[in-house]
Design a protein around this ligand. Structure first.
Ligand code: NAD
Length: 432
């Protein structure tokens, strides 16, 4: 595991990898190791870790984004998931000839990821987030480029590990492209430009943000499954695996608010949260709603809600309130203070999932690999702050968050029983 001894404060958090980049630049370009795959036409061997819905989609995006990308290895805890993903990919005419995974390169179990990393140049990490810090540390140690799904961890030790790995990735000049996909969406990028550069709404005062959806999938238990298998198959509902839905899903919204506020970190967060519809033990220990108020050192505020409940309103968007007007990010609308529309997005909107892979491969081939390490760690920490404030009922400061030693989940993975989990009770659950 990466060294996690350094205790980042709110102020040095974002500067950490950037400072390192500046230092390396001062040594001159010769000091930066060239990317192994800077040449334009080399075959890039791709490996997939986590063969579920997103992993399969990411593999398709990778192969579609770069005509010289070839899928050579896959890993999943379960053989049926690896087989399912390969069947789907082999059925995609446009990429089928570049799905070149031999039976010896299909890996299963908890350690299969190492074999995938060892076999390829570009790794796609798409397991449940709990495993990300360990997997990412290995990817970076082996010097491989990485597409890393969100969130990047479920607890503070995990975030610090990923920060350290991202820093090392910068040193090694390898790509780290985050699955926080709205950063690659043309409409959202243009909205950010209109707000942050063109100052269409003046200065930002506050943001109201919500990610409200219905209930999600559940994979019914089979008699042959151990408790560990049941939890990993239904990872969404176990905080140690998913980080809860504020981290797993609603991070997309918090990431947009972080971007709007310059990717700085909040000073503190207060939350009201719980579970009302998902009370059955089959839903593990996650909540189904959070409302969080984030305070920023600039005086700006983010008022945030997320909900996974059926039969309720499903709004998902950010309303940005400025001194001269307001913007609706996903709607692509900007209004003056009198309510009249000032500007509306009318451009092309290609798939953001495809764009992130196109930009990743182009950056690798150019020898100037993208590194999204800073913001993916900051946004994950912001989501974790909201969860900690919700679970404990306390106002949680950035320093408390970053000094948290709580590491979720077992320290060793094996098929069998799992430690008993409890549902947090605000006012009783303590900050660790
Ligand atoms: N960027 C996005 O818009 C987006 C959308 C969906 C999911 N995601 C993220 O992608 C990740 C995967 O989500 P999903 O919807 O594909 O879930 P999924 O359940 O469909 O797939 C996860 C896969 O990982 C496998 N797995 C679990 N533990 C593993 C381990 N230790 N080693 C190898 N394989 C392991 C599972 O068996 C499963 O096949 C999550 O982090 C999720 O938040 C991102």
């Amino acid at each position: 595991m990466a060294d996690t001894n350094q205790q980042p404060t709110r102020r040095n958090f974002l500067g950490s990898t950037a400072q390192l980049g500046a230092g390396a630049a001062m040594l001159g370009s010769l000091a930066l190791p060239r990317s192994v795959h800077a040449a334009g036409t080399d075959v890039l061997k791709v490996g997939l870790v986590g063969c579920g819905g997103r992993g399969t989609g990411a593999a398709l995006d990778a192969l579609s984004a770069d005509g010289q990308a070839v899928l050579v290895a896959v890993a999943d805890t379960f053989p049926d998931k690896a087989a399912e993903a390969l069947n789907l990919l082999r059925g995609e005419k446009s990429v089928a000839d570049r799905v070149q995974v031999t039976p010896e390169h299909i890996f299963t179990g908890f350690d299969g990821y190492k074999n995938v990393v060892d076999s390829c140049d570009v790794v796609l990490l798409a397991t449940p987030p709990h495993f990300r810090p360990e997997h990412f540390a290995y990817v970076v140690d082996q010097g491989k480029h990485c597409f890393i799904e969100k969130p990047i961890a479920v607890d503070a030790p995990g975030i610090k590990s990923v920060m350290e790995s991202s820093r090392k990735a910068k040193e090694k000049n390898i790509a780290v492209v985050s699955g926080l996909c709205w950063r690659y969406d043309h409409k959202v990028r243009e909205m950010m430009r209109q707000i942050l550069e063109e100052k269409q709404i003046g200065d930002i005062i506050a943001i109201e943000s919500s990610y409200n959806t219905g209930l999600l999938w559940y994979r019914p238990e089979k008699p042959s499954w151990s408790q560990m298998e049941l939890q990993i198959r239904n990872w969404l509902y176990h905080t140690w695996l998913s980080g809860d839905h504020i981290m797993e899903q609603a991070i997309h919204s918090l990431d947009k608010t972080a971007w709007l506020l310059g990717d700085i970190s909040p000073t503190q967060a207060t939350s009201l949260a719980g579970r009302q519809q998902r009370v059955d033990p089959m839903y593990g220990n996650v909540y189904d709603h959070f409302a969080v108020s984030y305070e920023y050192p600039t005086g700006q505020r983010v008022y945030f809600t997320c909900r996974q409940q059926d039969g309720c309103s499903m709004r998902t968007d950010e309303t940005v309130l400025g001194t001269d007007g307001q913007a609706e990010i996903l709607r692509g609308d900007i209004f003056a203070r009198d309510g009249k529309r000032k500007w509306r997005f009318k451009g092309e909107q290609p798939s953001m999932y495809r764009v992130e892979h196109e930009e990743m491969f182009a950056s690798i081939r150019k020898g100037e690999p993208i590194n999204n390490g800073d913001y993916m760690c900051n946004s994950t920490a912001i989501a974790l702050m909201g969860r900690m404030a919700g679970y404990t009922g306390q106002t949680v400061t950035w320093d408390q968050l970053m000094n948290s030693t709580e590491r979720l989940g077992p320290t060793e993975y094996a098929w069998g029983d799992v430690p008993t989990e409890t549902v947090a009770i605000p006012g009783k659950t303590t900050l660790v």
